[in-house]
Write a protein that binds this ligand. Sequence first.
Ligand code: IPD
Ligand code: CA
Ligand code: CA
Length: 267
Amino acid sequence: MHPMLNIAIRAARSAGSVIARAFENTDKVSVESKGSNDIVTNIDLEAEQIIIDTLLKSYPEHSIVSEERGVIEGTNPDYQWIIDPLDGTSNFVKGIPHFAVSIALKVKGKLDQAVIYDPIRGELFTASRGNGAQLNSLRVRVQAHKEVAGTILATGFPFKQKASTDAYLEMFKTLFLKTADIRRAGCASLDLAYVAAGRVDGFWELGLKPWDTAAGELMVIEAGGLVTDLMGGHNHSKSGNIVAGSPRLLKEILTDIRPHLTPAMKL
Ligand code: IPD
Ligand code: CA
Ligand code: CA
């Protein structure tokens, strides 16, 4: 195993233990609002600190981009960790056992290592560039669906940017009428990990952040899928608008949603 993946797994497991313990004892969880429909808890911050300390202990020269702490510049700009210490905070706060720790490493701007850890189920999704994607060390593959008909897609609602509701609902309607069903589970990193593991066939969401998607993107690619923006390009880490699935499925999803894109979504 790549040594940097090993350290990322150690960080994700340590953070995951703190999160799982707090989930059992919610008296110790305090919630604060950090924006419109956007919350953070003391556990997000505690988990984040553990991850940052673990990574910087082994790699003090690396850079970090983390949801709550922001950017920590390292002396070696070639290595950048992208961290969501607790993806699915709303689920966590509501007592819904579906959230994850998400950690990705970019080397010279390219996704290189990824870990998504679900501390409730004990499921560890990993990926290394060129070495495939695994769930608890067993190889996973994206479902090779050729068409949207009969699939189960995952999605997220644009609850932080409600101005996109109409466009989103048009996309939803077009896809929903063709699919077998659609899931909205509330944790984007696990949505992408589940695409990689073939548990859902594809995924799309608007307005995500790099820490929501970086690890999941490598996971899907290493599992034989594709990840693009809403136009089929590679602007998703900037726009936050993302589509994932097998190459054939993704192509059809893009064709289906295209008529509903606002001008801003085409950038
Ligand atoms: C959120 C979750 C959710 C997605 C949101 C994300 P957070 O992350 O991934 O599924 O719909 O857009 O912001 O805030 O819980 O880390
Ligand atoms: Ca997130
Ligand atoms: Ca988060």
